[in-house]
Design a binder for this molecule. Structure first.
Ligand code: NAG
Ligand code: ZN
Length: 275
């Protein structure tokens, strides 16, 4: 859904400056906070029932079938990466406003930023490149497998270069544990996959997610792709070893707002895992 996030952020950039607030409606969970119908929820011509065969839907999806380093994959090796180490000094621990919605499959959020300028957003460095967070979305269950094991859900933190090219995704797996997640808690009530409501200006501290997986000190990394059509390649994936721990209630709320949204596992080929 990386491309649709892109489209969304483009739409939002123009929408914010527009004083017209049509499409506002009440929402059972969002109370009196402002909402509007998410224009990014345009119909998709693909779904997860046929994720092994997306290339047959549209000629533009050919890489979903013919790509050499498609995502997601199973990480079968225990060794962690010592290369491509991400530096999170630029990932400020501050709340920034954004739009909270559901991308038709699970909760998602995109930060506000001036149109054409992402450089004020939280960023990290790897391999001499700075990449900026342009939002996150959830998949349920997780897309990546570790030693064949699938987690209940996975957050994709999507990062682009200053020129807004998709460059890196941090795939954070979610698991139930003894404590609440402060990152999830700040979101408040989840928005259901059938709900077109969009909460504008929800403030989120993205750094909490990084901190809650041990600062991504221990991770696997590989060269991969978007996990949704058109399955474009050339992205670096970072998979923290630590799962993000949420409470039982938080997990139930996330799952209740989500629907089945993992692409079938892709064969490992030119992914250069940890290389
Ligand atoms: C979601 O929307 C679809 C299509 O309108 C409908 O068939 C389905 O029952 C809805 N699901 C829930 C849980 O509301
Ligand atoms: Zn994703």
């Amino acid at each position: 859904m990386l491309t649709s996030l892109f489209l969304l952020s483009a739409l939002f950039s123009t929408a914010w400056s527009c004083p017209k607030h049509d499409n506002y409606q009440s929402h059972p969970h969002l109370g009196r906070r402002q909402i509007r119908v998410d224009k990014g929820r345009e119909p998709k011509d693909w779904n997860y029932d046929v994720s092994a065969d997306w290339a047959t839907i549209n000629p533009e999806y050919v890489l979903c079938q013919s790509g050499t380093h498609q995502s997601p994959i199973n990480i079968a090796q225990q060794d962690l990466s010592t290369l491509h180490k991400p530096n999170f000094e630029g990932y400020q621990s501050v709340k920034i406003p954004g739009n909270f919605f559901n991308w038709q499959f699970a909760p998602a959020w995109t930060p506000h930023h001036p149109e054409g300028d992402v450089t004020g957003l939280p960023s990290f460095n790897f391999d001499g490149e700075e990449v900026f967070n342009i939002g996150w979305h959830i998949h349920a269950p997780s897309e990546h497998l570790i030693d064949g094991k699938r987690s209940r859900a996975e957050i994709h933190m999507v990062h682009v270069t200053a020129e807004e090219h998709e460059a890196a995704v941090i795939g954070i797996r979610l698991a139930v544990g003894p404590q609440e997640s402060a990152f999830i808690k700040q979101l408040g009530p989840m928005i259901h996959y059938n709900d077109t409501a969009q909460l504008e200006g929800l403030e989120v501290n993205l750094r909490l997610a990084i901190d809650e997986v041990g600062g991504v000190e221990e991770f696997w990394t590989y060269k991969g792709s978007l996990t949704t059509p058109p399955c474009s390649e050339g992205l670096r994936w970072f998979l923290p070893k630590q799962e993000l721990i949420v409470s039982e209630q938080q997990m139930v709320e996330i799952l209740a707002a989500s629907r089945f949204s993992h692409r079938v596992e892709q064969p490992v080929w030119l992914h250069d895992i940890n290389l």
